[in-house]
Design a binder for this molecule. Structure first.
Ligand code: CA
Length: 199
């Protein structure tokens, strides 16, 4: 008698989220707050940290209020860089740039089937094939939701949204590879700052 055992398991796609002020949820589900006034790496290819094949960064900017002495920050723009070049930049008000070319209130195809950008009501939906990423930009909350769609990406990414290896304990890894705790959230966050990007 032969016995064939087969099963398929579809793991949920790891999703990392940042929302206003910015509240972050890593791909492995760790929640924290991080305020900054620079551009930071949300996620990137971590197989070669100095020459990542892709990088998703966000411009954190001040949201000033007379009621507060210190500004709160929120995300004003999201950038996708591929091989060190900016492929896509999502701005406020349905504006976005593909390779520096401005699109306003429209949807667009990126390159030769490289991906799509769809503007729909309060959201901008981005689907990229290489890197295999989906991004949802929710304008009213300045929130960005990133899904890693390639099976080889899990455990091979790093940045503010962690490494997507399924283990929440090791998500606060700085860019030098040192893992810190939530108590050192600013040390962690600042390590993912893009040099020269501060206001
Ligand atoms: Ca992890």
């Amino acid at each position: 008698m032969s016995f064939t055992h087969s099963f398929s398991m579809i793991a949920p796609t790891p999703t990392g989220i940042t929302e206003q002020d910015p509240h972050m949820t890593t791909f492995d589900g760790v929640r924290y707050n991080f305020q900054g006034l620079c551009t930071y790496v949300l996620t990137q290819d971590c197989s070669n940290i100095h020459k990542p094949s892709f990088q998703v960064t966000a411009d954190f900017r001040g949201k000033y209020s007379e009621l507060r002495s210190k500004p709160l920050t929120r995300i004003n723009a999201v950038n996708v860089n591929v091989d060190g070049m900016q492929l896509l930049r999502l701005l406020k008000n349905d504006h976005f740039l593909i390779k520096g070319h401005l699109f306003i209130n429209s949807s667009a195809v990126i390159g030769n089937g490289q991906g799509t950008v769809k503007v729909e009501d309060e959201h901008v939906y981005v689907k990229l094939n290489n890197p295999a990423l989906s991004l949802v930009w929710t304008k009213p909350t300045h929130g960005i939701n990133i899904a890693l769609n390639g099976p080889n990406m899990r455990g091979n990414v790093c940045g503010l949204l962690g490494n997507a290896n399924g283990d929440p304990e090791d998500d606060f890894m700085k860019s030098d590879g040192v893992i810190v705790t939530k108590d050192d959230i600013y040390e962690f966050g600042d390590s993912w700052m893009v040099p020269g990007s501060c206001e």
